[in-house]
Design a protein around this ligand. Sequence first.
Ligand code: RNT
Ligand code: ZN
Length: 414
Amino acid sequence: MNAYPLAKETYASIGVDTEEVIKCLASTPISLHCWQGDDVGGFEKAEADLAGSGLAATGNHPGKARTPEELRQDLEKALSLIPGSHRLNLHACYAELGGRKTERSDYGVAEFQGWIDWAKAQGLGMDFNPSFFAHPKASSGYTLSSPDQGIRDYWIEHGKACRRIGAEIGRQLGSACVTNVWIPDGSKDLPADRKGPRERLEASLDAIFVEKIDPAINLDAVECKLFGIGSESYVVGSHEFYLGYAVTRQKLICLDAGHFHPTEQIADKISSVLQFVPGLLLHVSRGVRWDSDHVVLLDDPTIAIMEELVRGDFLGRTHIGLDFFDASINRIAAWVIGTRSAQKALLHALLQPLDKLRAAENSGALWERLALMEESKTLPVGAVWQEFCHRQEVPTDWMGEVRSYERDVLLKRS
Ligand code: RNT
Ligand code: ZN
C-alpha cells in the first residue's frame, strides 16, 4: 500500500507541493563526520589521546574502524542506508601517512589523496578540519592562543596547510570545501588573563587566513564553544569572540548545537548571524546535560533549526554538518540514525504551510498561526519520507542491513 498519493493530496490542500519538497530534500547534502566511525581516533598513530582536548567519546561497542579502508567501508555501508547525496567531513588527523612521520604543519594533499579519490568515486563532496588536538603540541591545553610562540607557529602552519588542502579538495571535487577551525584552548580553573589568549588567537587566525583562496574551492569557518571537559572556566574561542571575528573578517560561522548553555538552542541565532556573515556551518548535534555529542534525533531543537533554514530561505548559505560521536552503540547505526533524523527534521520544516503561517501572522491571527503549527505536526510526514527513501532506493529495513554488517564485518574486527 502506497500512502504517498494521499499524502500528496493532503499537503496540496494546504498549499504545499510535496514534489518540490522531495526535490529540495534530495538536493540538500548533509556532511557526514568521519569521526563517528572510530571515536575521534584518526590514523596518525595507534591510539589517539583525547585528553586535554575537551572531547570525550564514551563506550566500547565492538567493531570500530582501525584503518582508513575500514572507515571508508563503514561509511559506504552507512551511506547506502541514507537517502540523498551527501558529503564527507574529514579531520586532518585522518591523514594517511603511509608509515612516514610527517608533522601536521607539513601536511599536503598527498596525505589526503586517498580520501579525495574515494569521495570522487562515491560522488561525495568533502569538507575539512585542521586538528588542533590529540597531539603533544596541544598538551598544554593551548594551541593558537598559546603564550609560546613556537607552539603558535606550529599550529598556524597546520591551519595554513589545511586551507591549501581544503582548496585542493574543492578543486578536485568541483565543490567548495568548508574548512572549519575549532581549537580546544581554555582553562579548567579561573584564568588570571582572559584577554591575552584572545588577542593571540585573533593574530594567529589572521596569520592562517592571510593567503587569499577562491571561495569557489574553499570556504573558511570558525567554531565557538562555551565550555569543555577541562576547560570549564574559560574557553578562548567563545561565541562573542568568533562572532566578532567572523563578522569583521567575513568568515562563515559554525554553530554547534552542543556549544552553548545546556538549555540554549541555536535555532534563534541563525537569522541573526546570517545578517552579518556570508554563510553558516552547522554542527548538528545533541547535547544531553553537557556537550555530550549524542546521536541527532528528530527532536524539537533539530526541527527548530531546520525551520529557520527554510523560513529564512537560508538553505543556500548554510552548510549542514553533523557532529556527534557515540562509542556505545553500533557506529554505522549512529551515522544512519543521526543523518536520517536531520533529514527528517528538514522534511518536517519543508512540509509546513509557510504561506498560511505567514498570512496568519501578518493578519494578526495568532491563534491560527499556533493552530497551523500544531496541526501540521500530525500530517502524513512519514508517507512523504517513505516515498523519498523509495525513490532514492534506500531499503526500508535498514536495521536488518546493519545487523548483518555487524555480524559479518564488525564482529570480525578484534
Ligand atoms: C568540539 C567541536 C568540534 C569537534 C570536531 C571533532 O567541541 O564540536 O567540532 O567535535 O571537530
Ligand atoms: Zn562541533
